[in-house]
Design a protein around this ligand. Structure first.
Ligand SMILES: [Zn+2]
Ligand SMILES: [Zn+2]
Length: 915
């Protein structure tokens, strides 16, 4: 790519031959978006060319659940990743963004079950095979939707490498990883207390349980002593579980119960005798201090039971109805049983009292059914050894988590990690690769389908009916998508990846497990940076929810505002880990920005046309682009290069939201509001040299800077601009593959910046005065400018000040030439100049005096502040010399301003100054 030619694009503006008639008046996003996306796909830009000499940039997209439509969170993920990917592609890195979808086990199964329920059917009625077929149909449709919606958003991912967690490759990776863990003793089957969802009929991991505060009751139940008079009272929130009690535990130090240890109680109704025993873990302050022990249905009780070798008594079926151990209550649903139990206890006078009690209760994160803790035979991953390795790579800085404060949360969680229950009693997912032998009873664990038991050779083997937790396949996503366990070209070239970008809410569900499994399977980290984005909230910072009615649907937002505006609204001002507020105002502002760019380009294209027509004008544009003596030209170029430098730094630092903010400010204010307005004056008055080289250069580079954030509008405008330039044959076919701009420090012009700042300040303050005094926009007013060092620079800008501030006659003189104002006049004391605006009959003298007095006070305050700072030893001893020097200069300027203000005040109050 001939980068050099870009910078001198405007050399050739002279030779310009332009045939089309500019762009339409208004931007219509829809058609433009489709046109360019199709073009990009056809050009194959999103498929990287493997270059062994260049380090690739790789993002594996978090696989989207095949459960339904995309929401704003998906749009945020897609936009942030696309920004990184497009930026790296423009920098010339081989860039891979691999898209994919997740079968999302329980979530998808629940969706399909709900659809069946609408037809009055259950999955059991249609059978496993038919149900799986139905779910596959749903998944195919859903995948197509997800692909379409990502393309709509402009996501520049490599669709030729798209993956689904249930594809053959990723499925083989799942079986391989399982078998390897099993062989290393890191996967085991055991009876453990797990979270059970009675509706979904499956085990859930701790992370799939949502805890909600519930206002319930604490029931006090009397258990009669078996061998003597009296009773022990226990307190519980789940009275029906007394049927599964196998002991009552008291603290051996508790005076109330000391002599009861070794005795026993008889459970009401079912008449079962259970011991009273001492256990130091019993909290004497809870309830009555006597604890009922239900080991099969409570994790803490299970621990107590294991310490004392107590039996387990399971009283529930898997659907939360009571089983044969519940005696007369067998067959009842758990809450119906509770009612009956309470009534019966009451009848027998064994219900002592009921107190209101608020406590936290686990619910299934998919169907919101109350969880039933349950001892059950499940498969687990022994996570501790995996976690140790995963902690190490973050501690050593090989994997960085952004924002940083999540690192501590990561360590806390990983250091206290519990074994991961990976079996699910579902039909949708990866079948567990374990076969049970019906003859010898041993298990065969195998990647492929075994023909016989590996222990006794029996053919009577049955595969485990369960599937794996959906997060098991997600944990392998970074390498299974690239072909692991096969040693493919993709795996060698693109693993480890670069950045894992996702929401902070799935740091543990997913990110931590990817680090563990990536290290376990490949011996290498899966990515070097974790970028966690925040949640999306509405304008006022409220969480978006259907209930509140503040949900923004991405498709609707795209229809109304266009994709670029949506992407910009989602990301401008955002930073890693912080929640993003989005509402109509932000969307509108982003659309306005798109329109501003459109109009600026339209003006520049029209001016290019006009230059061609007037051959004389073409002659004037000569020499190299960056070779102008004009202050505003040097200024815009300096500001542009400073912007490029800042943006590059911010992008490298993952501060995309701030980079966008700075580009926005530059384009909107400096380029459109100032430079283009000045250029218009120059073009209209045929002032030489023509500003076109700078207009073209600034626009072209701004479009490239913005391309990662706003891919469609920038491509549309860039292509139009390109068509108008004689260099078009040397420019790339698309902005997608044009180089990202580089800052040129040689373009920095502090002198031009100082002069322009002053000119802008003069124009702004005159405009303010006009507005304050309600001067009609088309009326010229008189003004005199008195300047010091900047006098000659300001004189060259006289034409511009005159037009933009609407002042005529305008006199620009040196400060020494200043004479006392005879007529009533407004005096504006600015940083580098004073402006005198005679406003005969318009000024309220005392108000003017008040204004000047106020300003004088402010300046005085700033002087004393600065003065104190300079006198402060701590500052003067520590600050570098150039900083101190700068502060001293500031002080000198302020003192000068104060002086001039005092003079103005004395003139205002002197009788000769006014009449
Ligand atoms: Zn459930
Ligand atoms: Zn066998």
């Amino acid at each position: 790519m001939p980068l050099a030619r870009f910078q001198f694009v405007a050399d050739l503006v002279i030779a310009m031959i332009r045939h089309d008639k500019g762009i339409p008046k208004a931007f219509e996003p829809g058609g433009v978006e489709k046109k360019w996306y199709d073009f990009w796909l056809k050009q194959g830009y999103f498929t990287p060319v493997i270059d062994p000499n260049r380090k690739p940039f790789v993002i594996i997209m978090p696989p989207t659940n095949v459960t339904g439509e995309l929401h704003l969170g998906h749009a945020l993920t897609a936009t942030l990743e696309d920004i990184m990917v497009r930026w790296h592609r423009m920098k010339g890195d081989p860039t891979l963004w691999l898209p994919g979808t997740d079968h999302a086990g329980i979530a998808t199964q629940v969706v399909v079950e709900q659809q069946l329920a609408k037809k009055g059917q259950t999955k059991e009625e249609i059978g496993r095979e038919n149900f799986t077929k139905l779910t596959w149909e749903w998944a195919h449709k859903s995948r197509a939707d997800i692909r379409r919606q990502h393309q709509l958003l402009g996501a520049s991912c490599d669709w030729t490498r798209e993956r689904f967690t249930l594809d053959e490759g990723p499925s083989k990776a799942v079986r391989t990883a399982f078998v390897r863990l099993y062989d290393r003793g890191l996967v085991y089957r055991g009876e453990r207390m797990i979270n059970w969802c009675p509706r979904c009929q499956t085990a859930l991991s701790d992370l799939e349980v949502e805890h909600k505060d519930i206002i319930g009751h604490l029931y006090y139940i009397r258990y009669p002593l078996s061998r003597r008079e009296g009773f022990v009272t226990v307190a519980t929130t789940r009275p029906e579980t007394f049927l599964g009690d196998t002991a009552v535990a008291v603290n051996p130090e508790d005076e109330r119960y000391k002599d009861l240890i070794g005795e026993s109680v008889t459970l009401p109704i079912i008449g079962k005798e259970i011991p009273i025993m001492g256990d130091e873990a019993v909290d004497t302050s809870f309830g009555t201090g006597a604890l009922k022990i239900t080991p099969a249905h409570d994790p803490t009780d299970l621990e107590v039971a294991q310490r004392h070798n107590l039996p387990l008594a399971n009283i529930l079926n898997t659907d939360a109805t009571m089983n044969e151990n519940a005696g007369p209550y067998r067959g009842l649903e758990r809450f119906a049983c509770r009612e009956r139990v309470l009534a019966d206890l009451e009848d027998q006078g064994l219900l002592e009292k009921i107190e209101p009690y608020s406590h936290s209760v686990g619910h299934c994160c998919r169907c919101q059914t109350m969880i039933e803790p349950r001892v059950s035979l499940q498969w687990f991953v022994r996570t501790q050894p995996l976690a140790e390795a995963a902690i190490k790579v973050v501690r050593e800085g090989r994997v960085t988590i952004m924002p940083e404060h999540f690192t501590k949360i990561y360590f806390d969680w990983m250091e206290n990690i519990r074994d991961w229950c990976i079996s699910r009693q579902l039909w949708w997912g990866h079948r567990i690769p374990v076969w049970y032998c019906q003859d010898c009873g041993k298990v065969t664990v195998s990647i492929g389908e075994p023909a016989a038991c590996m222990h006794c050779g029996s053919k009577h083997i049955i595969q485990d009916p369960d599937v794996l937790d959906t997060w098991f396949s997600s944990a392998l996503w970074t390498h299974s998508t690239l072909g692991w366990p096969e040693n493919t070209d993709d795996l060698r070239c693109f693993y480890p990846g670069s950045v894992m970008e996702t929401g902070y809410d799935i740091l543990f569900f997913w990110v931590a497990r990817m680090i563990m499994m990536g290290l376990e399977d490949t011996g290498e980290i899966p990515f070097h940076t974790v970028y966690l984005h925040g949640l999306i909230r509405d304008e006022s910072g409220e969480k978006m929810s259907k209930l509140r009615g503040n949900v923004i649907n991405p498709s609707e937002a795209i229809d109304r505002y266009g994709v670029d505006a949506l992407r910009f609204a989602l990301t401008i001002g955002s930073s890693p880990g912080n929640d993003v507020n989005v509402g109509t105002d932000k969307l509108q502002a982003s659309r306005n920005f798109v329109n501003k760019l459109w109009n600026a380009t339209r003006f520049i294209l029209q001016s290019l046309d006009a230059e061609r027509v007037e051959s004389g004008a073409v002659e004037r544009v000569s020499g190299r682009v960056l070779d102008s003596q004009r202050i505003e030209d040097q200024w815009i170029d300096s500001q542009l290069n400073r912007l490029i430098g800042n943006v590059t730094e911010l992008m490298e630092d993952f501060q995309f939201g701030e980079a966008e903010q700075q580009i926005y400010d530059f384009v909107w204010s400096k380029f459109c509001d100032w430079y283009i307005e000045i250029a218009k004056v120059r073009i209209r008055t045929q002032l030489t040299p023509s500003p076109l080289p700078f207009l073209v250069n600034t626009l072209e580079k701004s479009l490239r800077l913005l391309h990662p954030s706003m891919p469609f509008i920038t491509e549309e405008l860039w292509q139009n601009l390109k068509e108008s330039l004689p260099t078009k044959y040397e420019m790339p076919a698309s902005i997608v593959v044009a180089p990202y701009p580089l800052a040129d420090e040689k373009s920095f012009g502090p002198e031009a910046e100082r002069a322009m700042d002053s000119a802008i300040e003069i124009i702004r303050s005159i405009r303010n005065v006009r507005a304050k005094h309600k001067v009609k926009p088309d009326r010229w007013i008189e003004a005199q400018v008195y300047a010091g060092e900047l006098l000659s620079a300001l004189i060259t800008e006289a034409n511009m000040i005159e037009t933009l501030a609407k002042v005529r006659p305008l006199t620009i003189l040196s400060r020494q030439e200043r004479k006392p104002t005879k007529d009533k006049a407004l005096v504006l004391v600015l940083t580098e100049a004073e402006v005198v605006v005679p406003l005969a009959g318009m000024i309220d003298r005392s108000a003017e005096e008040q204004r000047l007095l106020k300003e004088r006070e402010e300046i005085k305050a700033r002087i004393s502040q600065l003065d104190a700072r300079l006198r402060d030893d701590a500052f003067s001893s520590k600050a570098p010399a150039h900083v101190i020097e700068k502060e001293k200069q500031k002080l000198a300027v302020l003192e000068d301003t104060l002086n001039r203000l005092c003079q103005e005040l004395s003139q205002l109050s002197s009788p000769s100054g006014d009449n």
